[in-house]
Design a protein around this ligand. Sequence first.
Ligand code: PGA
Length: 264
Amino acid sequence: MSRLLLVANWKMHKTVEESLAWGRAALRRLEERGPFRRVDLVVCPTLPALWALARLFGPDGPVALGAQNLDPGREGAVTGAVSGYLVAGAGARYVIVGHSERRAGFGETDAVVAAKTRAALEAGLIPIVCVGETAEERAQGATEAVVGRQADAVLAAVPTPPPAFVFAYEPVWAIGSGRVPTVEEADAVAALLVARGRRAWGEGSAPVRVLYGGSVNPGNVAAFAAAPAVDGALVGGASLDVEQFLAMADALDGLQAKGDGDRG
Ligand code: PGA
């Protein structure tokens, strides 16, 4: 059965203690309800909370950990930097790369995002590479051109098919705004990303998984994840509340499995 992925992006929220309180509440609720049949859960907390949550959940626990960013390289004289090697050592299995807040606020170009993606794979992490158009680019009808360019820059930097790879389609105008594209629009972009992955790495490679992100909540998550080319969601604001996060996981777990033939 194809599995779905639900990823929480906490951004710059929650102290270590608040993160642990969320984690303990999640563990209690998961113990009561039993395991999900087909949803994998990932939390991307702040860096100070990563190790504490990794200890709480355990290496094969019900919630995997991710970082929200990484710096390329392994170790060295780079003040303030944290590499994939270091976040992996603190318990991360995933890492978000190229979030639009980093592209816009920290000057992360396609080339930087590509280098970070390569560094993530070298560190044994599963990258969650964010792509998406601004409102202006959407108004110009440039969505597919922008997303295709962002994706190709990353794919070109990874010549060998990776064991696992995730794209998150996050329209910049949908993040934290309460506005979302139609499910059909999100599915069309997700299908484009799957196709680019196949073109780069061949039919036999592990399939690229695509998440939708941007104003996802318990009321809309199932509709997006039910789209043929979409494999789950990347959630900011609504993931901060443990009940809302688990309500989203419940909604995904209740979906019918999709056949591989449905994929675009
Ligand atoms: P949002 O953020 O769910 O608060 O819109 C999503 C994201 O930026 O990853």
